[in-house]
Design a binder for this molecule. Sequence first.
Ligand code: SF4
Length: 363
Amino acid sequence: MFSESPISRRPSKRIMVGNVPIGDGAPIAVQSMTNTDTLDVEATVAQIERLQNAGADIVRVSVPTMDTAEAFKLIRQRVSLPLVADIHFDYRIALKVAEYGVDCLRINPGNIGKEDRIRAVVDAASYNNIPIRIGVNGGSLERDIQEKYGEPTPEALLESAMRHVDILDRLNFDQFKVSVKASDVFLAVGAYRLLAKQIEQPLHLGITEAGGARAGSVKSAVGLGMLLAEGIGDTLRVSLAADPVEEIKVGFDILKSLRLRSRGINFIACPTCSRQEFDVIGTVNALEERLEDIVTPLDVSIIGCVVNGPGEALVSDMGVTGANRMSGFYEDGVRQKERFDNTNLIDQLEAKIRAKVAKADPE
Ligand code: SF4
């Protein structure tokens, strides 16, 4: 029930990664990367399907060798999500996966080598309508840039990115997006801010090697949140040392927090205290798990008592306010006559939410 996000997005060109638009006001695409062995086609397909069920718009797959390019071909045939091939250095792999239906090449033109090889990759990308992602990482800057700046700085990341951008500009290829990731929030944010002013292409956001599930999610939320709040960013990946499905969930949670994109239930829940009339934490945890399959956006407030319950319920699509034995229930900001028995609150609320979703989205 909350209004649109007050954030105005940075204007940018638009590229298409398969059927997913990136930039120029398109919804911010959420992506992740497989961590299976790409040669294990079954495992990789299964992981991509799990990511798709979690809401991923795009999935990146490592393609480090010619053998994996052959595995990629089989994977491509079996999944519907747009796939990005992650390639470092070997231009022949890029040509192969372009032939096999890749939707985006993550390759830095400056690392390909001789001019004729760069041209071959760019020609293949143009011919097949495949965009490129230039990906600069604070941990792997070119040696001369490291020496010039002494340490990774936003300016150093920008200079590295612009080397690759200039190559594509020279070849009249504008179907690309750029990332300048770093594991340090200020370094990454500084680099993206500089880049956002310098080019018109869409930007792929990420705080790289952010850490484990909890600390990495917080770090990503802070870094990506700073940029997104300024309107910077057209697609994102949260990098966690965790199941890639978590990356998708956290990515959507970040976008939901800024009202940039919604998917599924947005729970508003109080931190609980001794006033709570039912087990708020247990209820939220149970419902988060039970309702993972729902994609329709819905704000649901679950508040333990009347101190904050009615206020939150009034601005939610559905709300519960804890009361002695029988909790109050609100729908579309209106208090309902019906009350929920606290001993059976989870089942009752789940049924109400599912009924509301079915009505809103009969498909
Ligand atoms: Fe405590 Fe009520 Fe506040 Fe929840 S809403 S934290 S139960 S006072």
